[in-house]
Structure formats: structure tokens, C-alpha cells
Design a protein around this ligand. Structure first.
Ligand code: FEO
Ligand code: CA
Ligand code: CA
Ligand code: CA
Length: 514
């Protein structure tokens, strides 16, 4: 038995074995309740829970760990919603559905007297935010030519992971937005941003352009030694960079949500892993690099020097075409940086690098960054490879991360559905959730806590403040289904149904005082 202890809770679990069963498997004495699944009604207006459940964040109501608002991201749609797409071209109806079922849900959840987690569809807060919802743009690209002078943007989609702010709002990251934008004939530069919503206030919706535009996976927010805020972010592409944004102003708790202005003005940095430096991604730096007589195009960015000088004229251009700008100023391309978490114990920063088959990094790794002086505002760092995917560790393709209060890193995996249970991925079987201690004797050892249904990925692990409940999404079960009569998964196995639904579960069984 592996023991884990937290400040408020201690519990023990017997690690499970990898499995290819079409079920969500948990250790003995743990159970899960499906709180919401694809297409479930979430409120009295009849709005529906989206598809592709990803990030979760729990916002207590009146400080409760048994009633609160759950913010869930919806990343993409699939055959169980759209049916087959003829010749790769969506019909008008499919385009509408695709926009409606992506984005985010705010739902109200509670644990009843029998210990079962449920959704409260009478909630006054429950609502959908999707491809039709209007957002206010903030920061350097607002009103800029790169965005067609737009000051607002319609819709959010491809919402992957996210984060919570210090002022109790949710950040949601637009990742693989291109396909939906193109299919819906929407302007591509309006997507690929970090959006902010307030689960308790419908009218508050922003896209913060100062945080850059790329295939945003996540945000992890902390405070620098001198009181500014910092946001770490990954660009989930092969050979893409790790970023951090540092605000100009300082965080002031008494200002509450008005601290959000900090996300509108600051400096975006990109990591150079060779020099251990955070390099500013600014128009001044980009121009300096391009004006150098010895300029050489790094990493095959498309465009001549002259074309790039034309492309990058303002900071609005730099944040909009962030990946190219970051490479120009010296950012290091890495192996698909996905989730990032800041250790609450020592301010080290953990980054999942899922994998990158173009470099033979088949099973991925987790990098740990040590900011100089443990200051998240430092512009210098060192790093180590904290854990490596593969047979020796027992997991492959790390993705979302979450910390518990005992320094255990909870890691979900994202082996693609086309690779699962085949070739060098065979031993791992279905995707899973692993517990990896970041200190002590078992440091770096991965112990399997959950096994996912067929062709799904577990996403969005998030603990309630009392750590009695872990919310977790089951994303895209049965996604390789081509014949709706013969789905490859039927999770969550609802009676009378022959289809798979993604959804969010609440896991309980973490025992107090043992
Ligand atoms: Fe949407 Fe990078 O996972
Ligand atoms: Ca992800
Ligand atoms: Ca996370
Ligand atoms: Ca992923």
C-alpha cells in the first residue's frame, strides 16, 4: 500500500494496474459520481453541457467544499455530436453545433446527504460560454491591425486547460483553434488567447492579449518576490516554447477582481533552456534581432528578414504572432509543453512535455524549473528533468498536473487514441492518472491511481479545498468510432444508450484523520 498524507486528509491507496477495460477504474475504497456529461441540461434555461470536457476549477460557494461552481472547459467535438462529416466539410448545422458545444460550462455542484455529488440545474449561476459569446479584448493587440482593429471578439473555442487567478476568476486557454475558426469563417487572429471569466458574474468576459497568442494549453499563476503576478504558460505544439508573463504593477489583495488589470500590462518572456534565461518577447527585441547584420533565420520561421520586419511593427503584432517572435528573440523550441504547475512548497515550476516524435521523445518528460533565489520574478533559472515517461516510470505522455497539499504531483497522461495499446505504448494500456511524490523517499515514482475508459484521456484534475473530492474529466471516450452503431466505447454506460459521452466525475474516498 502506498501512503499519502496531506495537511487535512490522509489516506492510502493501493496502486492499480494498467488496464484496457472500457471503464474508469479507481483503487479500492474510492468511488466516482458523474456530475455532468455531454449534452446534459445544466440550467432552467435548458442550456446543455458541452463536449470534450477538459480543465475543471471548483469555486466554493460561501467557503464550502461540498457546494460550489464548477467551471469546465470544452475543447472539441466529435462524431457523437456531429455524426460523420461528409468529405471533411461540415454542414451549416454541424458548424452551429460545433460552436455551441465548445467553450466552457459553469455549473453548480453539491454533495448530497448520501455523499453523492450532483449537479444543481436550478442554479442561478449555471450557464454556457461558447463560440457565440462576446468577449472584450484587452492588452496590446486590442484594436490593432493584426486583429482587424477589433476591440471585441465573438466566441471562445478549443478551450483546453486553464487556471484560477488570485482574485477568484477562471482563465481558459484556446489551444487548437484553427480548424473551428476556418470551418466557421471566423478571423483566426481572434482566437488562440487566454480568456478570463468570473463564474459568479455573467457579464465579465475578457481575452487578454498581453499573454500572447499561440496554442495555449494552460496558465499557472504565482507572485514574484516583489509582489507582481506571474503567469506560466505552455504552447502545445511540437518544437514550441514555454512562456511567463510578469505584470508591471503589484498585486493588491484588497482590490479583488480589479487586479485583473495586471493581466493587461506587463512583459511576456520566453525560456531559453541553454542559457537559463527568460528573454523578453517585445517589439524592441524583435526589431533588434532583425536589424542585426548577422541575422540568421532561426528554426525555419517562414519569411525573409524584410518580410518579418514588415510583419512585426508593434507589440500587437508580437503578441499576435507570438511563436515566431519568441523564436526570433531566442526562445528554445521544446517537446510539446502542456500543463505547468508551481509547487506550493518551494516555488519550483513543473512542466509537462507530452512527447515529440520528431525528436524520438516518444514518452515525454516532466521538467522542473528552479528560478534563481526561488523568486518567480527572476529572469534566470536552472532546470532538471524531474521524471521521464517510459517503461521505467510506468507512464507515457504526461499532460495535466495538479498538486495536493502533501507535495504529490497528480499527473494525467495523453497517449493518443491511435497509439494506445499498440507498439511501444502497449504496456501502458489505456491512459491514466498517476500520483508522483515531489519529495521524500518515493520522489519521482509514479503510482497509478486511475485508468481511463477506451480511447479517452483523463483531464482537468482539481481538488476541493478540503481535498475530500477530486474532480476529473473523462475526455473523448470512443473517439475513433466511425460507425455510430458500433461505438468503441459506451462510457459512462447509461442505461438504454449505445454511445460514449465525455463528462466530469467527482472522486471520493479520501479519508479524514487516518
Ligand atoms: Fe488540449 Fe494540449 O491538450
Ligand atoms: Ca491537454
Ligand atoms: Ca493543472
Ligand atoms: Ca494533450
Amino acid at each position: 500500500l502506498f501512503g499519502f498524507k496531506t495537511n487535512k486528509v490522509s489516506g492510502y491507496f493501493e496502486p492499480i494496474q494498467p488496464s484496457n477495460e472500457d471503464n474508469l477504474l479507481l483503487p479500492k475504497n474510492f468511488k466516482y459520481d458523474v456530475v455532468a456529461a455531454f449534452d446534459d441540461v445544466i440550467n432552467t434555461a435548458g442550456e446543455k453541457f458541452g463536449q470534450g470536457a477538459d480543465y475543471n476549477a471548483f469555486f466554493p460557494i460561501n467557503g464550502s467544499s461540498t457546494r460550489g461552481l464548477l467551471v469546465t472547459n470544452h475543447e472539441y467535438t466529435n462524431i457523437f455530436l456531429l455524426g460523420p462529416i461528409a468529405d471533411g466539410k461540415m454542414t451549416a448545422d454541424q458548424i452551429q453545433k460545433n460552436l455551441y458545444y465548445q467553450g466552457m460550462s459553469v455549473i453548480e455542484v453539491f454533495r448530497d446527504e448520501n455523499g453523492t455529488w450532483k449537479m444543481d440545474t436550478f442554479s442561478k449561476y449555471a450557464r454556457r460560454i461558447n463560440g457565440f459569446t462576446k468577449f472584450e479584448l484587452t492588452g496590446p493587440a486590442k484594436g490593432s491591425s493584426a486583429l482587424g482593429n477589433a476591440t471585441t471578439a465573438t466566441g471562445t473555442f478549443a478551450n483546453c486547460s486553464g487556471g484560477v487567478t488570485l482574485w477568484n476568476t477562471a482563465l481558459s486557454c484556446e489551444e487548437n483553434f484553427s480548424e473551428t475558426a476556418a470551418a466557421s469563417k471566423l478571423p483566426e487572429t481572434h482566437y488562440g488567447w487566454v480568456v478570463e471569466i468570473d463564474p459568479f458574474d455573467q457579464s465579465y468576459r475578457k481575452k487578454h492579449t498581453a499573454l500572447g497568442r499561440f496554442n495555449h494549453e494552460n496558465t499557472a499563476m504565482g507572485i514574484t518576490a516583489d509582489g507582481r503576478i506571474v503567469v506560466y504558460m505552455g504552447d502545445d505544439k511540437k518544437d514550441a516554447c514555454v512562456y511567463k508573463f510578469v505584470s508591471k504593477g503589484k498585486y493588491d489583495k484588497s482590490k479583488g477582481r480589479n487586479n485583473s488589470a495586471l493581466l493587461e500590462d506587463g512583459t511576456l518572456y520566453v525560456a531559453n533552456l541553454k542559457t537559463g534565461k527568460w528573454l523578453p518577447v517585445t517589439i524592441a527585441e524583435v526589431k533588434k534581432v532583425l536589424s542585426n547584420e548577422k541575422y540568421k533565420n532561426p528554426y525555419g520561421i517562414s519569411g525573409t528578414k524584410e518580410e518579418l520586419l514588415k510583419k512585426f511593427q508593434t507589440q500587437g503584432d508580437v503578441v499576435t504572432f507570438c511563436h515566431e517572435a519568441a523564436l526570433l528573440v531566442g526562445g528554445t523550441p521544446t517537446d510539446r509543453p502542456e500543463d505547468i504547475e508551481i509547487s506550493p512548497f518551494d516555488n519550483t515550476v513543473f512542466i509537462s512535455h507530452t512527447n515529440n516524435d520528431t525528436h524520438g521523445n516518444i514518452h515525454g518528460h516532466i521538467t522542473r524549473i528552479f528560478e534563481t533565489g526561488n523568486d518567480l520574478g527572476s529572469l534566470e533559472f536552472d532546470f532538471e528533468i524531474f521524471a521521464v515517461g517510459g517503461r521505467q516510470s510506468g507512464f507515457s505522455s504526461p499532460d495535466n498536473l495538479a498538486f495536493d497539499s502533501n507535495g504529490n504531483l497528480w499527473v494525467v497522461t495523453d497517449i493518443s487514441s491511435s497509439s494506445q495499446n499498440k507498439g511501444v505504448f502497449k504496456t501502458f494500456m489505456n491512459n491514466g492518472l498517476f500520483v508522483v511524490p515531489t519529495g521524500g523517499k518515493a520522489k519521482g515514482t509514479a503510482l497509478q491511481f486511475a485508468s481511463a475508459p477506451v480511447e479517452s484521456e483523463l483531464t482537468g484534475p482539481f481538488f476541493t479545498p478540503d481535498e475530500q473530492t477530486l474532480f476529473l474529466s473523462v475526455q473523448h471516450p470512443g473517439e475513433n468510432t466511425t460507425d455510430l452503431k458500433n461505438p468503441t466505447s459506451t462510457w459512462p454506460h447509461r442505461k438504454g444508450e449505445n454511445m460514449a459521452r465525455c463528462g466530469v466525475v467527482a472522486i471520493s474516498g479520501f479519508k479524514l484523520g487516518q
